[in-house]
Design a protein around this ligand. Structure first.
Ligand SMILES: Nc1ncnc2c1ncn2[C@@H]1O[C@H](COP(=O)(O)OP(=O)(O)OP(=O)(O)O)[C@@H](O)[C@H]1O
Length: 260
């Protein structure tokens, strides 16, 4: 894995929204890079602008003059090829009238030949452990399985970057830890870059190479915490290690520090 060559480069990023007649500054002067193959988490109090930041990485919000979001070599003004977004709200993002396989096909239709599409669907469903559920309908699956379908849909595109907005936020604790391990495995298998928004400090430390904490109004990056825990990580041994506990403490302190 190369963490040095940047996948994303973000310079002086600012986002303002107009609410009623007033301008509300949400993000200001954010500067960071995301390395190729890096797992970067974004944490911060509720409403600080984490989702807005992910949307800016996709070119889905207007940025302030002087902002630059660059992916690979290009300035981002619309969702870049090779970058996919995964949301928390899996049930709303799956089409109930389409089978699991046809939902996974959504990002591929019209873009790749049918034989390749079928091969990619099978492979993506295998990767998330749903090879046997191809013909099922999403509404017949558990929440964890539905979220895996959404992740399979993202993987079928063979993305270079996964932008994930609290993807496991609505899952029960057991399903959540199983999904975290699946994501680790998938990331190792595909070497995709992941930018991961979460409220969950343990999840951020467990999964990441680095955690950025944003806070304040407008939000800036207040802390950057490197997570140098050995991989592959394990729900028990990693989480019992002194280093993990220290990092968890550090991220907790950073999030709960008084906003600037
Ligand atoms: N399209 C919009 N127009 C106006 N205000 C917006 C818009 N989208 C988001 N906001 C505001 O921007 C702020 C940041 O929202 P955002 O959803 O990015 O925060 P967040 O950190 O992801 O929140 P949470 O942790 O609760 O999911 C909030 O005050 C929100 O109300």
């Amino acid at each position: 894995m190369t963490l040095n060559s940047p996948s994303y480069q973000v310079v002086n990023l600012g986002v303002d929204f107009i609410v009623g007649r007033e301008k509300k500054s949400i993000l200001s002067e954010l500067n960071f890079t995301v390395g190729k193959g890096e797992f970067l988490s974004i944490c911060g109090p509720s409403g600080t602008g984490k989702t807005t930041l992910l949307r800016a990485l996709c070119g889905l919000v207007a940025t302030t003059p002087g902002s630059l979001v660059r992916y690979a070599e290009d300035e981002v003004t619309s969702p870049p090829e090779g970058v996919v977004l995964v949301f928390q709200n899996y049930s709303a993002s799956l089409l109930p009238w389409r089978s699991v396989a046809r939902n996974v096909a959504l990002g591929l239709e019209g873009k790749v030949p049918r034989a390749e599409m079928n091969e990619r669907i099978s492979r993506a469903l295998e990767l998330v452990g749903l090879a046997g559920s191809k013909k099922d309908y999403p509404w017949r699956l558990s929440g964890g399985m539905q979220q895996r379908v959404q992740i399979a849909r993202a993987l079928a595109v063979r993305p270079d970057v996964l932008l994930m907005d609290e993807p496991f936020g609505a899952l029960d604790a057991m399903t959540k830890s199983a999904m975290q391990d699946e994501l680790q495995r998938l990331r190792d298998a595909t070497n995709a870059t992941v930018v991961f928004v979460t409220h969950d400090i343990e999840e951020a430390v467990y999964l990441s190479d680095r955690v950025l904490v944003i806070n304040g109004t407008p939000a800036t990056i207040t802390h950057e915490i490197g997570v140098d825990l050995p991989r592959p990580r394990d729900q028990i041994t990693t989480k019992e290690s002194d280093e993990y506990l220290k990092l968890r403490h550090k991220v907790h302190q950073a999030i709960h520090a008084v906003a600037p």
